[in-house]
Design a protein around this ligand. Structure first.
Ligand code: ATP
Length: 276
């Protein structure tokens, strides 16, 4: 197996997120993730790709200090200047949201089923910008319009709106804290195929418009290639390859990456064949 070079930021600017030799262990000592290193500078877009169980979600959770109980992170994760590995929750509360926001695969993970969407978006806006009353209500409506949702969604409970609308609400919540880094963990995988492209385009536009850095996690190379400039390929909890998306798609070095590229091309060919 080749030892991949961690893709560093091209500029000398301090990275917003710096992951060095990250490992995640279960309580029994079993290592689920090892040797993961990458850095993300302002406005950069990095894709994390690998099949189910390769450790993508654990990487995202370790970055946010949100690993399930019993799991521990090792190595170093610096997010917004704070060392996340080993930090107390109280300290991380100040970093989460502001330094990095997360959009998960399943929007219901982020949403409270018993609270109207508007109130859920209002929470982080109030905390971040100190707004109250009328200005807060206006900011919530702005946030809804930014994710292309009608005003009436503010009064809806999560179960009263569609999966795509719920994910838009979750995106609005993540953006409400004005994070420098957005972590999107399979943000469109759970959605109806007809809305996947719409939500992806929305996310892409919002990240570009706000100049945010993006850590985009997906099992789908074609999707990652559309949004990320660099990729890290994970397999069985290890990094097998990393580099510029263009280079990796054109000339994959690791056999596993090659198989991902081949199957993406095969699907493309299949679609071409079926096209009228
Ligand atoms: N809460 C947990 N308890 C025990 N093992 C876990 C837990 N969460 C994940 N794992 C294990 O850690 C490994 C990496 O899982 P992870 O969820 O990060 O993979 P993934 O690449 O995100 O996959 P998927 O695309 O299916 O979400 C897998 O072997 C998984 O079984």
């Amino acid at each position: 197996m080749t030892t991949p070079e961690p893709p560093g930021p091209p500029s000398a600017a301090e990275p917003l997120l710096d992951v060095e030799d990250l490992a995640v262990r279960r309580a029994d000592g079993h290592e689920l993730l090892r040797g993961v290193s990458f850095a993300l500078g302002p406005g950069e877009r990095l894709g994390l790709i690998g099949e189910s169980g390769s450790g993508k979600s654990l990487t995202a959770l370790a970055v946010m200090g949100l690993l399930p109980a019993g799991m521990t992170a090792h190595g170093s994760v610096t997010l917004g200047g704070t060392q996340v590995v080993g930090a107390q929750d109280r300290k991380l509360d100040r970093v989460r949201g502001r330094a990095a926001g997360v959009v998960f695969q399943e929007p219901l993970t982020a949403l409270d089923p018993l609270m109207r969407a508007g109130r859920q978006i209002a929470g982080p806006i109030r905390r971040r910008r100190g707004l109250r009353g009328k200005p807060l209500r206006a900011a919530v409506l702005d946030a809804l319009s930014e994710v292309r949702l009608p005003e009436r969604v503010a009064r809806a409970y999560p179960h009263e709106i569609s999966g795509g609308q719920r994910q838009r609400v979750a995106i609005a919540m993540a953006l409400a804290s004005e994070p420098e880094v957005l972590i999107a963990d399979e943000p469109t995988t759970a959605l109806d195929v007809t809305v996947q492209a719409e939500v992806l385009a929305l996310l892409d536009g919002l990240v570009a418009g706000r100049g945010m850095a993006l850590l985009f996690i997906s099992h789908d190379l074609a999707v990652v290639a559309g949004v990320a400039d660099r990729v890290v390929v994970l397999k069985d909890g290890s990094m097998v390859e990393s580099g510029r998306t263009r280079d990796i798609v054109r000339e994959p070095r690791h056999p596993y990456t090659r198989s991902l590229v081949d199957s993406a091309w095969a699907l493309e060919g299949e679609l071409d064949r079926l096209a009228p």
